[in-house]
Design a protein around this ligand. Structure first.
Ligand SMILES: [Ca+2]
Length: 398
């Protein structure tokens, strides 16, 4: 997630759950297990000892991990945070400055320069916000003191492998509280799998070497499915009779089939006449903008599973490349929904037998489907987007 959105989520947080303190001896025995696995993966005892010497769990990391966002950011708020005039201008400036390197990387990995710039902008504001937590301590804390033991045990092992390969020292290896490192905020496992020593100095350095950072991003994107061709997404306009229940990220049709249904690019140019599978989404409901998601959007989502994250990268990239801003504004009355509101909504929809999944306060695809069903029942456009009006009408229903 981009640092700004993360800050806002954290600022909006109230629920602070502190897990029971783990004794230092339990922490030490947890580290022993990780150490054994690291040795199986070729890390010497000396490197592991050095990495874990004097290591204590970081309570600040535990606290940050246990915070639950109280609000779901709206599309409008998320995009306004991620895509500012300043970030577009800086992206254009950096792209011009590093043009030959970025062109060479496009030649090798197929990823256009504006996407590398957009990830860089969203992840660290072009290297200005890389995080100052000690990565080994953060991931070891998360492995030993939270419920995500397996994921972060592996991240700790991979962090030790980075030390073993002498890319960085433990002190130098800094990142976000959750262990994301360098200009592109790679997790240790991503670093090990996709990192590239582009400048050829024998070390992969994602903090200080932009050739290494950009080439690693290109290599990673290609590895998770980026293919030269269509962009990640484009804004579209839907015809008046468009069946809103087809605007769903789980529904794929060939681009030309959407065109045949009357979908056009914003500004009314025709969609490309191609067979590639694509989805249409309405991230702010039917009154807001519509986007077509091409196959490369999935690659962006393999970097980060959030749809709004991926959309912010896609839209920022387009604008860095000189493309138009999003034309359709989101509705002005869209409000962030609190977890409590979503829980209340899920409970009411469950009582109406429209929702059968977990009451978890998260606005996921199943909740949106239930919202659609109720919208149909009360004669609202079935876009699956719960507006304040929708919530009021659901709450007033008997
Ligand atoms: Ca290097």
């Amino acid at each position: 997630m981009n640092p700004l959105a993360k800050t806002i989520l954290l600022a909006a947080t109230t629920a602070l759950l502190t897990p029971p303190a783990l004794a230092q001896s339990e922490f030490a025995s947890c580290l022993q297990n990780i150490r054994a696995e690291a040795q199986r993966q070729g890390v010497t005892a000396a490197i592991a000892d050095n990495a874990f010497r004097g290591l204590t769990p970081d309570q600040k990391v535990v606290d940050l991990d246990s915070r639950q966002p109280e609000f779901t950011l709206t599309y409008g708020r998320y995009m306004a945070n991620a895509i500012t005039a300043d970030r577009i201008a800086k992206g254009q400036q950096r792209m011009a400055q590093h043009r030959s390197l970025l062109d060479a990387i496009q030649g090798e990995y197929g990823v256009p320069p504006q996407y590398i710039m957009a990830f860089w902008g969203v992840e660290t504001n072009y290297g200005s916000f890389m995080g100052d937590f000690q990565v080994v301590r953060s991931v070891a804390t998360l492995a030993c003191m939270t419920k995500r033991r397996d994921f972060f045990s592996n991240e700790t092992v991979q962090a030790l492998r980075i030390l073993a390969l002498n890319h960085m020292t433990r002190e130098q290896m800094r990142g976000s509280w959750a262990g994301a490192m360098g200009n592109m905020q790679f997790m240790p496992s991503t670093f090990m799998k996709w990192g590239v020593d582009r400048d050829g100095n024998g070390r992969i350095d994602l903090w200080h070497s932009l050739p290494d950072a950009f080439a690693s991003a290109g290599n990673f994107l290609r590895g998770i499915g980026w293919r030269p061709g269509l962009p990640a997404s484009e804004e579209v306009v839907l015809p008046p009779n468009f069946p809103l229940d087809q605007a769903d990220s789980s529904i794929d049709k060939p681009v030309r089939a959407w065109a045949a249904m009357g979908v056009k690019k914003a500004g009314s140019a025709a969609l490309p006449n191609v067979e590639e599978p694509a989805s249409i989404i309405l991230p702010a409901g039917w009154r807001g903008p519509a986007f077509i998601l091409y196959p490369n959007f999935k690659a962006v989502m393999n970097w980060n599973r959030s749809t709004l994250y991926a959309l912010s990268v896609a839209v920022l990239a387009q604008q860095i490349a000189g493309g138009p801003p999003v034309m359709q504004a989101p509705p002005g009355d869209d409000e962030p929904l609190s977890r409590d509101t979503v829980i209340d909504m899920q409970t009411r929809l469950a009582r109406l037998t429209l929702y059968t999944d977990e009451i978890d306060g998260l606005l996921g695809p199943k909740t949106r489907s239930a919202v659609r069903l109720y919208q149909k029942r009360i004669g609202l456009p079935a876009d699956g987007h719960p507006t304040p009006e929708f919530v009021r009408r659901l709450q007033a229903a008997r």
